[in-house]
Design a protein around this ligand. Structure first.
Ligand code: ZN
Length: 500
C-alpha cells in the first residue's frame, strides 16, 4: 500500500470532517439558541462552509490519491476508508456544480412556497416548485447513473447498497399484514384511553424526567447535551460531543419522553462510534436506516415495553402525581401503546407509522420513475392513505403537504424510517437470544448488557460493514419483515385481546 497517499488522504478527510462538524454545530445553534435576527449571517456562514467542504471533497487531488490506493488491502480500516471515500468522491464529482447550486437555489424558494401552501392547504402553490425539484433530482440520478431504476441512485445516498426493487419487495409484503392488523385493532374488544396522556405534565418536571431517562439508558452527559428545538434531532460532531434536542408539550406526555428516548438512541450510537477514527468512514454511522434502528430500538422495543414501565412507572407517577395518581400501570402501559389510524406521520404509533412511509415511498418511486405526474400527487396520496392506513385526508395540509422533505429536494430519505423499524426488530430479536434475561435486566433498569451488545455488534464497526452485511452478521440472516411482524403480534395482540 502507498502509505503516503493514505495518510495524505486521511488528513484531507479529517479537515473536511472538521468543516462539516462546525456546520453541524452552527446548525444546532440555529435550531436551539440563536436569536432570530442572526439568521442572515448564519445562512452565509453555513453556505461558505458547505462550499469549502464540497470543494475539498471534489478536489482532483483527492481523485489522484484514491487512484494511488486502488489495489486490494488487508487492513480493514484502510479498506473501509478508501472504499467509502471513493464512493463519496465518485458521487460528488459526477454531479455538475451548476446542478448542485441550482438545487440549493430552487430549494430555498420551494421551502417558502411549501410553507405557504401548507398554511392554506393549497397544493397548486407548491406544485410548480415541486415539479422543478423532481426534474432536478431526476437529472442528479441520471448524472450518477443506476443499474435498473432511477430511484436507486437517490436512495443510495441515504442507504448505500439497497435497491428500489428490494425496498418494494419488503414494503409490499409488509403492507397487507400491517393493514390487516390495524383493522383488527380497530374492531378489538379492548381499547386504551390515550386521554390520560393529555393531562397536565408540568414542563419543568418533564425536563428533569427526560434528562434522567436519557442518563438511565446510558447517554453520557459529559459527552453530550439535551436542549429544546421545534423539531427534535440528534447531531454529533464527534463521539465526545453529541447534541440531542427534544420538545416539551405540557398537555402531551409522549412527545418529550419518547422523543428523548428516540434521540438518545441516536445519541448512544454516535457516542459508541470509535473515537480513534473520528471524521473518517471507519468512525461513522453505516446509513440512515441503521441509525434509525438504534433510535427505534430504545424508543419502542425498550422504552415502550412492559418491563421498562414496571421499573419506572412508580417514579413517573410520583413525579407527575397530579396527572397520574389515579392511573394504574396497566392503563398507562396500554395508553402509551395505543394504535390508531391517524393522518400525520410524526404523530403515528409504531405500527401505522410504517404504512405512512409506504405511502410516501410508492409516490416518490413513481414520481422519479416517471410513472406519476406531480399534479397527480394529492389524489394518489389520499387514495393510498385510505387503502393502507384506513383514513382519508380531507385536505392537502393533512395529506401530501405535511412533510418538509420534498420541499428540500429530499427524495429517497423516507424509506430509511421504515427500514429502521425492520432493522431494529431483527437486532432486538437477536439481542434477546444472545442475552437470555434481557427483559429482566430492562425490568431492573439495567441497560448496560444491551448497550454493550449494541456497541460490540454494531457501533464499534463504523462503516466497516454495509447495512445488508451488518444485518447478516449480527442476526445470521438477511433483512426480513418477519421479526417486526412477530414483535407486533406478540406485543399488541394480547394487549388488544385479538386472537392470532
Ligand atoms: Zn430518528
Amino acid at each position: 500500500m502507498d502509505n503516503d497517499a493514505y495518510s495524505n488522504l486521511i488528513s484531507r478527510l479529517r479537515e473536511i470532517g472538521q468543516i462539516d462538524s462546525a456546520s453541524a454545530l452552527l446548525d444546532w445553534d440555529a435550531e436551539t439558541y440563536m436569536p432570530k435576527n442572526g439568521l442572515a449571517v448564519r445562512a452565509e456562514q453555513l453556505a461558505l462552509l458547505a462550499r469549502l467542504s464540497h470543494e475539498r471533497m471534489t478536489d482532483s487531488a483527492v481523485g489522484d490519491l484514491i487512484a494511488r490506493l486502488d489495489e486490494p488491502c488487508d487492513d480493514e480500516v484502510v479498506e473501509t476508508n478508501v472504499r467509502e471515500i471513493k464512493r463519496h468522491y465518485t458521487r460528488a464529482t459526477k454531479i455538475p456544480t451548476s446542478l448542485v447550486e441550482r438545487i440549493a437555489r430552487v430549494s430555498t424558494v420551494a421551502k417558502e412556497s411549501w410553507q405557504k401552501a401548507r398554511e392554506n392547504s393549497h397544493f397548486e402553490t407548491f406544485k410548480p416548485h415541486l415539479a422543478e425539484l423532481v426534474d432536478l433530482r431526476c437529472q442528479v440520478a441520471d448524472a450518477i447513473g443506476y443499474a435498473t431504476e432511477r430511484y436507486d441512485a437517490l436512495v443510495d445516498e441515504f442507504e448505500p447498497g439497497i435497491t428500489t426493487a428490494e425496498i418494494t419487495r419488503l414494503f409490499s409484503s409488509l403492507q397487507a399484514p400491517l393493514s390487516e392488523f390495524v383493522h383488527a385493532v380497530s374492531e378489538a374488544p379492548s381499547k386504551p384511553d390515550p386521554s390520560i396522556l393529555q393531562r397536565k405534565f408540568p414542563i419543568e418536571t418533564q425536563k428533569l424526567w427526560c434528562r434522567q431517562m436519557a442518563a438511565e439508558i446510558g447517554f453520557n452527559f459529559d459527552s453530550g447535551r439535551i436542549d429544546v428545538s421545534t423539531h427534535p434531532f440528534c447531531s454529533g460532531s464527534a463521539p465526545s460531543d453529541v447534541r440531542l434536542t427534544t420538545r416539551y408539550l405540557e398537555k402531551f406526555f409522549n412527545s418529550a419522553t419518547f422523543g428523548t428516548l428516540h434521540e438518545a438512541g441516536h445519541g448512544l450510537y454516535e457516542q459508541g462510534l470509535p473515537e480513534a477514527h473520528v471524521f473518517t468512514p471507519r468512525g461513522q454511522a453505516v446509513s440512515l436506516g441503521i441509525h434509525e434502528s438504534q433510535s427505534r430500538l430504545w424508543e419502542n422495543f425498550v422504552g415502550r415495553s412492559r418491563p421498562f414501565w414496571e421499573r419506572y412507572y412508580p417514579q413517573c407517577q410520583l413525579a407527575f402525581s397530579d396527572a397520574l395518581t389515579d392511573v394504574s400501570l396497566d392503563d398507562f402501559y396500554f395508553a402509551i401503546n395505543a394504535i390508531s389510524p391517524s393522518l400525520i406521520r410524526v404523530e403515528a404509533d409504531e405500527v401505522t407509522y410504517n404504512l405512512h412511509i409506504i405511502v410516501r415511498f410508492e409516490i416518490e418511486r413513481d414520481l422519479i420513475g416517471g410513472k406519476l405526474a406531480v399534479g397527480e400527487i394529492p389524489e394518489a396520496w389520499n387514495e393510498k392513505m385510505a387503502t393502507l392506513v384506513g383514513i382519508r385526508p380531507e385536505n392537502d395540509a393533512d395529506g401530501c403537504l405535511q412533510d418538509i422533505h420534498w420541499s428540500m429536494g429530499g427524495f429517497g430519505y423516507f424509506p430509511t424510517y421504515a427500514l429502521g423499524n425492520l432493522y431494529a426488530a431483527q437486532f432486538f430479536a437477536r439481542a434477546r437470544k444472545d442475552i437470555p434475561n434481557l427483559m429482566d435486566f430492562i425490568g431492573r433498569g439495567e441497560f448496560a448488557p444491551l448497550l454493550e451488545w449494541l456497541r460490540v455488534k454494531i457501533h464499534q464497526h463504523g462503516q466497516h460493514y454495509r447495512a445488508s452485511e451488518l444485518v447478516q452478521r449480527v442476526s445470521g440472516r438477511a433483512l426480513s419483515i418477519e421479526p417486526f411482524l412477530d414483535y407486533v403480534s406478540d406485543k399488541f395482540a394480547p394487549l388488544y385481546g385479538i386472537d392470532d
